[in-house]
Every structure is written in C-alpha cells, then in structure tokens.
Design a binder for this molecule. Structure first.
Ligand SMILES: [Zn+2]
Ligand SMILES: [Zn+2]
Length: 151
C-alpha cells in the first residue's frame, strides 16, 4: 500500500539553482533544476568533497518530510476515532474522539545560503554554485566527478 501524502517543493533561487547538502561532508551547494532533471544526469558528485551520495536533501527538506508524515498520521488516527465515535453512539461503550489534533507547523524550505559563486565545468558544460572558497581551493564537477584545482 503506497499513498503519496504530499509533495515537497524545493524552491530555486533567482538563477534557477536549488540548494542541496552533501550528507558526507555537510557542505551546501546548488545545482540547476534543469540539470537535475536532465536524462543524462544519473549520478551527482559532491563538488566540495568529490564523493558520490545517493541523496542530497538538506536538513530542511528532511524535517519537512517528517512533519508532513506526522501530520498525516495524526489526522488519519483522528478520522478513525471520529468514525468509531459515530458508530458507538448507541452502544454500551462510547468513544469520544476529542479535539482535532494540532497540525505541526510546516515551515517552508529556504533557498538561502548566501555567498555562493557559480562555477562553470567545461567537461560537462554545466554549472554549479559553491561557497566562494571552493573557487580558490578547487572543486569537483558534480556531473562527472572530475577534479578542478583552483578555478
Ligand atoms: Zn561532500
Ligand atoms: Zn564534468
């Protein structure tokens, strides 16, 4: 049984870049939405540490997903009790559903993290945004993992 309980949209910045976080080194970087959707982009290398990870969701995205799941579960449980309440009205044991559970606030995801520079990677002819220091100490192409010393 699988049911989608909500869609999380990750906002892009004014240049069309989406914020990502590497779970291996903890660094933030940004990639273009259209590159992430491109068919030839199957794997993503972290431009900061050069390693490959399965997912690059930021903590904000993960937290929001957990909150959405929790809110969904609470509401379903409440619905079940509400139904029982109706059914049990004339029976010996009566069930009261009580107050509707409070929804936990779902904060929007920030697209922020300032001071990021666009780096162009000629090997793949694509761009990424990383913290300015990676321009000085070098970075990796997120689309093929090639190392660039200072750029
Ligand atoms: Zn990394
Ligand atoms: Zn490349």
């Amino acid at each position: 049984m699988s049911e989608q309980i909500g869609v999380i949209s990750i906002p892009a910045d004014e240049d069309g870049f989406v914020l990502m976080q590497c779970p291996l080194c903890g660094e933030f970087f940004k990639l273009r939405t259209e590159d992430l959707k491109a068919e030839d982009v199957i794997e993503i290398w972290c431009p900061c540490c050069g390693l490959k990870s399965e997912t690059y969701f930021t903590k904000d995205v993960i937290e929001l997903a957990l909150k959405k799941t929790e809110n969904y579960a609470m509401e379903r449980i409440y619905d079940v009790f509400k139904k029982l309440e109706r059914k049990s009205r004339n029976s010996l044991v009566s069930i009261k559903a009580g107050k509707k559970p409070m929804r936990r606030e779902e904060y929007p995801i920030r697209s922020g993290i300032e001071n990021m520079d666009i780096t162009h990677y000629p090997c793949c002819n694509r761009e990424a945004k990383t913290k300015a220091m990676y321009k000085i100490c070098g970075s990796y192409c997120p689309f093929c993992g090639v190392r660039y010393d200072e750029y």
